[in-house]
Design a protein around this ligand. Structure first.
Ligand SMILES: Nc1ncnc2c1ncn2[C@@H]1O[C@H](COP(=O)(O)OP(=O)(O)OP(=O)(O)O)[C@@H](O)[C@H]1O
Length: 363
């Protein structure tokens, strides 16, 4: 191994900023292995978050960068990822079969939290992760409709629930368990215990991420859930209107209070896209999500337009990431999912948990 060539490669990687991790590849500790001999470099990168097709683009960019350096004739670059379990609130029991729980919250209803949760889960899955989705919106479960699932969840041995699989996601919802009319009669403590049962008694199978679609609001129920669910990070969904932003502040503060790291904010319905002419307009004002993110020193994970196609895809039971995976709207969701995965990858590891799954590499 040529030490000076290896040093040259490391210097170059130290100058290469990876946009999702928001740092250079050396600081991100993204090098899994590096060999450098007589002008030939063999480099394997591990991003720590599901990267899908983006991994191939990144491999290509790094290869081109290295091959432009004098003394390097050929660079073989592979990009893969592994998802490690991240720390949860101290003293909480982890959920079997789940490496990381990400809670998706909003301080008020109707801002598009469930739609974001579904597309976030599907984008992580499409990028190569093993993903589950738990609909914790006990009063108004929307995931069965979004996922296009009808019917009841089955029990395996009289007490363990089998997740219902939709679009490759393992999903569970109160909507699979009781009649549509029943949720409204559940009181606070019953909501918490119903959710804990769904969380702990579902047979989740080796998930990198379990996305939890929390009930909207920042009241007692949400606070209790934030204290009792072993969460590695939270995502707060908001719309740009002032009122929603004031509410969103409460959402961020709630997670801070219970020591759950806020991975960032998703601004939904940022701009309106006209279905006739495609014109894009910031009807609710611009940059609200960024202002909020700056104020709390968290990241803006992405901005999603108000587009009729998103509602139509959801109503048809095939969220946008599945209905039109190559489209511009799906690209916006992939940005959210990669930013979310990358922010989570920067959180403290849980060394007590079992070793991460290393995924097949893309070249
Ligand atoms: N970016 C978007 N563009 C167009 N329609 C959207 C968008 N996001 C969500 N919607 C639509 O807005 C409605 C509300 O979305 P959703 O159910 O996801 O909100 P929510 O915040 O989870 O609501 P709640 O928690 O009160 O059930 C749905 O009809 C959904 O299809």
């Amino acid at each position: 191994m040529s030490d000076s060539l290896k040093k040259t490669v490391e210097t170059e990687l130290g100058r290469f900023n990876e946009p999702y991790l928001d740092t250079d590849l050396m600081s991100a500790r993204a090098v899994r292995s590096l060999e450098a001999e007589e002008g030939h470099v063999k480099l394997a990168l591990d991003l720590g978050f599901p990267c899908g097709q983006y991994g191939q683009q990144l491999a290509e960019r790094v290869r081109a960068m290295l091959e432009a350096v004098s003394g390097i004739d050929r660079a073989d670059v592979t990009v893969g990822f592994s998802v490690a379990a991240r720390a949860v609130q101290p003293s909480l029991k982890r959920v079997d079969g789940v490496r990381n729980i990400i809670a998706v919250a909003s301080a008020k209803g109707g801002v598009g939290k469930s739609t974001v949760a579904a597309n976030l889960a599907l984008a992580l899955k499409a990028d190569g992760a093993s993903v589950g989705l738990l609909d914790a919106d006990i009063y108004g479960p929307s995931q069965p409709r979004l996922m296009g699932i009808e019917g009841r969840a089955q029990a395996k041995d009289g007490k363990t629930l089998l997740p219902m699989v939709a679009h490759g996601l393992q999903t569970m919802s109160i909507g699979y368990l009781i009649d549509k009319e029943s949720p409204a009669i559940l009181r606070g403590p019953m909501v918490t215990s119903a959710l804990q049962q769904m969380l702990f008694q579902t047979a989740w199978d080796d998930l990198d991420y379990l996305i939890i679609d929390l009930p909207p609001g920042t009241g007692d129920i949400q606070l209790t859930l934030a204290q009792k669910i072993p969460v590695s990070g939270a995502v707060v969904v908001t719309t740009p209107q002032d009122l929603a932003l004031i509410d969103a502040r409460k959402g961020v503060e709630m997670f801070k209070k219970v020591n759950v790291p806020v991975l960032g904010i998703v601004e939904n319905m940022s701009t309106h896209i006209c279905s006739k002419c495609g014109h894009q307009e910031a009807i609710f004002g611009a940059h609200g999500g960024q202002t909020l993110a700056d104020e709390y020193d968290v990241d803006l994970l992405g901005e999603l337009p108000l587009d009729i196609a998103i509602r139509e895809h959801s109503d048809a039971g095939t969220p946008t990431v599945v209905a039109d995976p190559e489209g511009a709207l799906a690209a916006a969701y992939f940005d959210v999912s990669r930013n979310t995965g990358a922010r989570l990858a920067r959180q403290k590891k849980d060394y007590a948990s079992k070793f991460p799954n290393i995924k097949i590499e893309s070249t």
